[in-house]
Every structure is written in C-alpha cells, then in structure tokens.
Design a protein around this ligand. Structure first.
Ligand code: NI
Ligand code: MN
Length: 226
C-alpha cells in the first residue's frame, strides 16, 4: 500500500492495483500548486465530509476519469449521483468490500455542509483493510470515544489523524486518539493550510516521540509505503 500526501487532507492511496483519492482539495491550496490534477490516477474518490476543503476538486477529477466511483455518506453520494457521477453510498458503521479491499465508514465529530450550504449528511472517517495492511483515515474530527471501537475489529498499521487544531483535534488530542485506536504510527494531516491551523512541526513530532509514537509529516507530493 502506497500513500501520497497531496496537502491539507488530500491523499492518494495505491492499493490492490487501484488508485484512490481521498478528500481532493488541491487547486484551492497554493501550497499544492506543484500537483497537477490531470496526472492523478483515480478509480475511487473517498470523501469524509462535504466541506469545500475536502471536495473542491471532486468533479474535476471525476470528469477526467469517467469510471471513477465516489464513496461517501448517503447524502454526499446522492449529491454526486444526481450530477451524473458514479457513487457508492455508505453510512456509519457499515462496510463494503470493494475490488481493492474493505472500507468501513466510521464516526467523526464535525459538521458536513456543502459550500452552498446544502446538507452533506454526517461527517465520517474510513477504515480501509487491504493487502494485509489496515489504515484509519479519521477525517476532520474531535477526539471521540468512538475511536476505541476501531481496534476491537481492526489491528491498524497506520492512523491518519488531523492535528491542526481549531477545526479538529490538536496534537495532544491526536496523541490520545492514537491510544484509543491502538496505533503508534501516525500520519498527521489537516495542518498549515490556513492561518488557523499552522503548527510547529518539530514540536508536534517531539510530543508524539515522547509518548513512544511516530508522527510522520510528509511534504506535499511525498509518499510512504506500508
Ligand atoms: Ni471540515
Ligand atoms: Mn477540513
């Protein structure tokens, strides 16, 4: 499994021969100017919630890849299905076996309206089990006790957690979240993009390190292999 950071909360996942894009917000992020949407491969787009900083480039990517399947909560899926895109609706606690692996839509504490104010269902995160590697993509969320449910069913190899504070967990809460999901390997995201969520990288890495945990902060365009 290969995971590429495209800035903010945008990820590319290569797994089982498929390409997954998560929460594409690239053209709206000056820091991600080097990423060219037309060069991204996409068989699936996973969306945690409907906020603009997570869905901005969904339609542009879907238009470049006519077979792409948009996977999200029922409201977001039907929003895109009505526009003629392929969509797979899910809801909290449900999972589905796709051709690349199993995806479960899990709780997040946040909000989820589209940029025009229409209802975007309830926000979530994803647990992906594939190629004997399991990852948790938390989405935008507060620290929540529901995270403790995840390791009951799934032994995680990586937890992707928001650490930017203000709209989501801060570093300290993300450390507790990594305890809750029982995973000491963390990829931080949702930081630095806007003034509200700028963080000190060295300080964040040290805080995780002091608790025996490994926080990775990737450059935009950088990848890790699991
Ligand atoms: Ni959000
Ligand atoms: Mn966000």
């Amino acid at each position: 499994m290969k995971i590429t950071f495209y800035g903010h909360a945008s990820l590319g996942i290569e797994v089982g021969g498929k390409h997954i894009i998560v929460d594409p917000f690239i053209t709206g992020n000056p820091a991600a100017a080097a990423i060219d949407l037309r060069e991204l491969k996409a068989d699936y787009i996973l969306l945690t919630h409907a906020h603009a900083d997570h869905v901005l480039d969904v339609e542009a990517i879907a238009k470049l890849h006519s077979a792409v399947v948009i996977v999200s909560n029922a409201e977001i899926a039907s929003h895109y299905a009505k526009k003629g895109f392929n969509a797979h609706p899910m809801n909290h606690g449900g999972s589905w076996k796709f051709d690349f692996g199993k995806v479960k839509y899990v709780n997040a504490i946040h909000s989820s309206s589209f940029p025009d104010g229409t209802y975007g269902g309830n926000p979530g995160g994803f647990v992906i089990e594939s190629e004997h590697k399991n990852i948790y993509i938390a989405g935008d969320t507060a620290l929540t006790m529901d995270m403790k449910l995840i390791p009951i069913r799934t032994k995680l190899d990586l937890a992707i957690l928001p650490i930017g504070n203000n709209f989501t967990m801060d570093v300290e809460d993300a450390i507790i979240a990594s305890d809750f999901v029982e995973c000491d390997k963390i990829l931080g995201y949702h930081f630095d993009t806007f003034g509200y969520i700028e963080i000190n990288h060295e300080e964040a890495i040290k805080k995780f390190f002091d608790k025996g945990k490994d926080l990775m902060l990737l450059e935009i365009g950088e990848s890790i292999e699991l």
